[in-house]
Design a protein around this ligand. Structure first.
Ligand SMILES: [Zn+2]
Ligand SMILES: [Zn+2]
Ligand SMILES: [Zn+2]
Length: 101
């Protein structure tokens, strides 16, 4: 595991913005896995999903760390350093995840 991430001090406790990928829910699109932004709480979908909203969120905002979120597994990924990071406190889900698949 690469551990060269220099953004660990940007990790915050956040409130998830939605139970599933915000943008996919809005357009009725399926996703594969969810990612939670640990800077602002945006919930997006992973790069295996058709719309890759978590990566788009990073490009739009520069928020570096996203957490694997379906379910929370205690790891995060830094888009800037392309490194996985350990999270001390996985974010609890707000409720059952809506599924399209
Ligand atoms: Zn980093
Ligand atoms: Zn999405
Ligand atoms: Zn964010």
């Amino acid at each position: 595991m690469a551990d060269e991430c220099t953004h660990l001090d940007t990790i915050r406790r956040v409130t998830p913005s939605a139970k599933g990928c915000e943008e996919c829910l809005a357009i009725g699109s399926p996703w594969v896995h969810l990612r939670l932004c640990r800077t602002c709480g945006h919930v997006g979908c992973c790069d295996s999903s058709p719309n890759m909203h978590a990566t788009k969120h990073f490009h739009k905002t520069g928020h570096p760390i996203s957490e694997g979120y379906d379910p929370p597994e205690g790891w995060g990924y830094c888009y800037v350093d392309e490194a996985f990071v350990d999270l001390d406190s996985p974010t609890p889900q707000r409720g059952p995840i809506p599924k399209f698949v």
